[in-house]
Design a protein around this ligand. Sequence first.
Ligand code: MN
Length: 492
Amino acid sequence: MAKVNDLRSAIEYLKTIPGQFVETDVEVDPEAELSGVYRYVGAGGTVRRPTRVDGPAMLFKNIKGHPGASVVIGMMASRERVARLFGCGKEELGHLVQKCAAAPIDPIVSDEPAPVQEIVHRAEDEDFDLFRLIPAPTNTPYDAGPYITLGMCYATHPDTGLSDVTIHRMCIQSKDELSIFLQPGSRHIGAMAERATELGQPLPISVSIGVDPAISVTSCFEPPTTPLGFNELSIAGALRGEPVRLVKCISVDECAIANAEYVIEGEILPGSNNVIEDQNSHTGFAMPEFPGYNGPASRECWLLRVKAVTHRRNPIMQTCIGPSEEHVNMAGIPTEASILGMIDKALPGKVVNCCAHRSGGGKYLAVLQCRKTVHTDEGKQRQAALLAFSAFPELKHVILVDEDVDIFDTDDVLWAMNTRFQGDRDIITIPGVRCHPLDPSSNPAYTDSIRDTGISTKTIFDCTVPFDLREHFERAPFLEVDPAKWVPELFE
Ligand code: MN
């Protein structure tokens, strides 16, 4: 595998693999049209059908209104592609990233000239205008505005001096203002903005766009695997076997990713969390979110006042469609790693693998492949499900299957549900637990058990064979052969 350490080397590598990358010179409008095209090329995930599952990544080289810039989408919109970019098999991603989270390599700040600072625009320049500088697409005609969907937000806690990287949705609101959505009372950068507000200070922040996919995926780790103060860039460092290189920002006291395509530098203003996200469009919507529905516009976004934009020559803007397979992989692979890490501590050897399934956007549904070898393993599969809910609080559904089921093959998982599951004894529900607010059924109007938006019934579907009945559940065996003897072209 060629060395991948930034977006451009990742693109060059994908170009060498048939079926993983396409590009076009045909002009495209970043306003809704670009996403409209990619929906048919490779979005997948929970995107409204028809869409193409496991299609290629796509580079648009002729962006209406943005001469010299291009936009890439779908870099991580296939599990196979992410596995290639990480140099492992697609079944191994959760385990690999979990190992990296357990042996992190901290980023370093470098004094060398940074590629991302080749071109510099300062907010005080007369012609400074984010709408013109950043070819940020809208996903649909109903979006609140142009969105930065893959911005690596990097900030430092005012008390501890510890840094964090997290992806948040940001909408361009004016020539030097972004709205940034930080879930109230949670997550990493949000806690820093809240603390800076208590101190009456702005929070310096950098937003790096167009980076190594190793950074995009590992930035999506959440507590408890990466509590406040755990810099997720150190997981990307472990994945590449060398530290992520940072550069000092030119306008604020913060660092950014040195080999990004774009960096937006600025400050989150204290107490500014009353920005109306759709103040320009008045559509009521933000953008399509990972569950596949249009997310509501927030009335409590924070204001990010931009001080500078730096970028490479002929920069490549990177974007994703909210409900696409790209979200599934970015959210789901860290989810798998978190679940595997926790179960491995509590029940070593009892769960072979985990799949954060695409139908839940990588967050709502996990399939656990369980191993039962002695009679005392019976029931541990349900304990494993409880641990999975603890490892990733936004998880709603867990499907438990045995070792002989391919958890990455939905047909096989549903086969287990059809032949190893009885609804009256194998469904376990835990009502009234806080999950994720973007699930539209997570609403008090839906059922009495939901007291507030974002509360759900966590459910375990136990499709494993009861250990004492296992002799009745052996799958029909076949003669083992080498099929390449008959059709070598299929088994190269
Ligand atoms: Mn984070």
